[in-house]
Design a protein around this ligand. Structure first.
Ligand SMILES: *Cc1c(COP(=O)(O)O)cnc(C)c1O
Length: 375
């Protein structure tokens, strides 16, 4: 019998148990639970891995986005362009800071920003653009960065789902996702591609001044203890999470490869099926498959999900309601925004189990299940 889950963190832990247990024990012995040496070490190693100058650790990915927007000094009413086809956190922080979310549509093949839609959404009040590297694949950054630069608008990358992924510019230069915008943000939520054993997040930048500001914001607006220069928040990565992440960062490339191998298996099994569109692999991206998300054509998604559940195969809809239709954002009057691709995707996407520990036997069971239900 299989015990299939969308994400299997237990099996992954068991493979690195001795390393992780020792690192955790070390923090317990030192009792430096906040700002222990692990935190700085992790920030330094992640900066090297990503090829960025500064990594500012914080409490979670949502805070990372919030601190990034705060550091840009935006004023209430300033507009921020985001996709609606994303996890709510991308947009929630915009609303929380009393900025105005403006939605751009995505492309149906990549699930990421449609450049024309972003261009059309720009106004004189646009003060930031947030591309989301959804499901683990980089948005097409070269045209987006050029468009933003033309208008002098900063780009904040929401890299919560794509850490370890890369983007290749038209000139052949390949860089890590999260390192291309003025600021990059990520989450270490346990199920993310680089997940801790609790909450965590980080902000990246090559700008010294921004890094300094973001560090202060994450620490009650202080640089010198008890002297508060600006309104900030309390957002820390704790030492235990940093200790775990230090270990897991060393395995991140292997984890990405394992996810890609599972995606290869799925792709082969579903190739050419009339009801299934497998995830598009953009030539400019190294996709790290945070999710493996199919689009169903002329098939009953609810029936498929129920059939899969009966077989013990979990599946998820990421996300059942796009952001612009969420009650949370009613006050912004965005429910009627014209986002035809987003609206269509909402009804046809379905994500299958995706993690680092899937065996060929399990993948075979899952793909056979899907294929038997779509006959
Ligand atoms: C997970 C996620 C976040 C938020 O991260 P948390 O650590 O859960 O706060 C933001 N954006 C996207 C796209 C995410 O997937």
């Amino acid at each position: 019998m299989h015990n299939l889950q969308m994400v299997d963190l237990k099996r992954q832990y068991l493979k690195i148990k001795p390393e992780v247990d020792a690192a955790i024990q070390n923090v317990l012995e030192s009792s430096a639970f906040i700002n222990g040496p692990e935190v700085n070490r992790f920030a330094t190693e992640l900066a090297t891995y990503l090829g960025v100058k500064h990594v500012v650790p914080c409490a979670n990915g949502t805070d990372a986005l919030q601190i990034a927007l705060m550091a840009l000094g935006l004023q209430p009413g300033d507009e921020v362009i985001t996709p609606s086809f994303t996890y709510i956190a991308t947009v929630e922080v915009v609303a929380l800071l009393r900025l105005t979310p403006v939605f751009a549509d995505v492309d149906a093949d990549t699930f990421t920003f449609n450049i024309d839609s972003v261009r059309n959404a720009i106004t004189p009040r646009t003060k930031a653009i947030i591309p989301v590297h959804l499901y683990g694949q980089s948005a097409n950054m070269a045209p987006l960065l050029a468009l933003a630069a033309d208008h002098g608008i900063p780009v904040i990358e929401d890299n919560a789902q794509a850490i370890g992924g890369t983007y290749t510019f038209p000139d052949g230069k390949t860089v890590k996702t999260g390192s291309m915008g003025m600021i990059g943000c990520t989450s270490f939520f346990p199920s993310k591609n680089l997940g801790g054993y609790g909450d965590g997040g980080a902000i990246f930048t090559n700008d010294d001044q921004l890094a300094e500001t973001m560090k202060m914001i994450a620490n009650h607006g202080q640089k010198v203890r008890y002297y508060h220069e600006m309104v900030g928040c309390n957002s820390r990565l704790d030492s235990l999470q940093a200790a775990v992440l230090n270990i897991k960062l060393r395995h991140l490339d292997d984890y990405c490869a394992a996810r890609r191998a599972a995606a290869d298996f799925y792709d082969r099994a579903f190739a050419g099926h009339p009801n299934i569109v497998t995830p598009y692999r953009a030539p400019y991206a190294y996709h790290v498959y945070h999710q493996y998300t199919l689009q169903l054509k002329n098939a009953d998604r609810d029936a498929l999900q129920q059939g899969l559940a009966k077989l013990g195969i979990p599946s998820m809809i990421y996300y059942p309601v796009p952001c612009h239709k969420q009650n949370m954002l009613k006050a912004f009057g965005c429910a009627d925004a014209v986002l035809p691709v987003t609206d269509a995707l909402q009804d046809c996407v379905i994500s299958l189990p995706m993690h680092t520990e899937l065996t060929d036997e399990e993948l075979g069971f899952i793909t056979n299940g899907v294929l038997s239900l779509l006959q």
